[in-house]
Design a binder for this molecule. Structure first.
Ligand SMILES: *Cc1c(COP(=O)(O)O)cnc(C)c1O
Length: 376
């Protein structure tokens, strides 16, 4: 089946007479059992919940995994679980422009002497391959947040495998509809399901998807013991959102491509970072690796300074000034307003998460703000 069918058909209750069409929200902290707890029993609700399982089944199928995904309380809980695979004293190779929470967490683990962080430019394949010997885990984000750099996924994954290094790809930006890292040999995929998978900015959730049942079993035990589990209602909302992923993404990706081209022509804009633009450094890789478009996040660097970027954001009416991405509503943010954001991200860079509003309304709102900057 095609992925745009799977998002609709997966994770449904048994198709028997009078069965509900949707999985119920199962609110129970424990399950009836008899005798010993056997493998596969739900037992207690910190280890299993039928509402999670519906979401996990669909996400596992979408990523082409041999087993269901493992849902977590947030993207960061999923990332934390994946990082737990690095042995004490081990080394993780991380993109210098990965999601700032991932970088912060890895650096904190380093400060506590638990692991060593090697930060790399993930678009520089030679540099990444050079950082791999002796490492335990290669962390990949592609496209990166918020610089939209594109990694050579096949080369990095093959290189890591040859050196016995596990690869984990944060696939939040591309979603499994545009990119399936497991099919290229990655060992793990993580998601902030808060973003595109849920898609309505109303739930925090995360997931890990594993290339083998053995890895899944390890991470399942880890999840049960650390307890970073989602609530059943969050899982239900995430699956409800996932049903429309294909149509939401198709619309948002098409609008992002239009906006990127127009923004690039505007005199107030110094540079647009979007792999869909033919002049973008990541364009050729993205064209070879992504299926069905280049994503719906783009970044804009202005000619004017950070204060002007803030004025522009404050004056917008259709775009919402907020962090996060992947929802139906378009969001815009100057990333360097966060003190933790790497200083290699320009002060006057705005990250745009393109939603599903009419593209002409999105454009006229942006254009009015940019015109005002250009006129000053
Ligand atoms: C938001 C985000 C995260 C963190 O997810 P939460 O659900 O906020 O914990 C991780 N990676 C990427 C790429 C993100 O955009």
């Amino acid at each position: 089946m095609h992925k745009d069918t799977l998002v609709v058909t997966g994770g449904r209750p048994e198709p028997v007479h009078d069965a509900p069409v949707n999985p119920p929200v199962v609110l129970s902290s424990t399950y009836r059992g008899t005798g010993d707890v056997a493998d596969g029993d739900r037992s207690y609700a910190r280890s299993a919940n039928p509402t999670w399982e519906a979401f996990e089944e669909v996400l596992g199928q979408l990523e082409g995994a041999p087993c269901p995904a493992l849902s977590h309380a947030s993207g960061m809980a999923a990332i934390s679980a994946a990082l737990s695979l690095v042995p004490v004293g081990g080394t993780v190779v991380v993109p210098r422009h990965s999601y700032q929470g991932t970088l912060q967490l890895a650096r904190r683990l380093q400060d506590r002497g638990i692991l060593t962080v090697r930060a790399v430019d993930i678009a520089d394949t030679t540099a990444v391959l050079r950082a791999l010997p002796g490492a335990d885990l290669l962390w990949v984000e592609s496209p990166t947040n918020p610089m939209l750099e594109v990694a050579d996924l096949p080369a990095l994954i093959t290189g890591a495998r040859a050196r016995g290094v596990l690869t984990c790809v944060d696939n939040t930006f591309a979603t499994p509809l545009l990119q399936q890292p497991l099919s290229l040999g990655a060992d793990l995929v993580v998601h902030s399901a808060t973003k595109y998978l849920s898609g309505h900015s109303d739930v925090l959730m995360g997931a890990v998807v594993c290339a083998s049942p053995e890895l899944r079993s390890r991470l399942h035990t880890q999840r049960t013991l650390e307890g970073g589990i989602p609530g059943p209602f969050e899982s239900w909302l995430a699956l409800r959102g996932l049903r429309t992923l294909a149509v939401r993404l198709e619309r948002a990706v098409a609008s992002a491509a239009v906006l990127a081209r127009r923004l690039q022509e505007h005199p107030a804009v110094a540079r647009v970072r979007y792999p869909g633009l033919p002049g973008d450094p990541g364009h050729q890789r993205a064209a070879a690796q992504l299926t069905g478009g280049f994503g719906a996040v783009l970044s804009v660097v202005l000619h004017d300074d950070a204060a002007a970027a803030e004025r522009l954001v404050a004056g917008l009416r259709v775009w919402t000034p907020a962090t996060s991405l992947g929802g139906v509503e378009s969001l815009v943010e100057r990333r360097r307003r966060h003190p933790e954001e790497p200083t290699t991200v320009p002060e006057n860079l705005l990250r745009l998460s393109v939603g599903i509003e009419n593209v002409e309304d999105l454009w006229s709102d942006l254009a009015a703000g940019l015109d005002a900057l250009a006129d000053r």
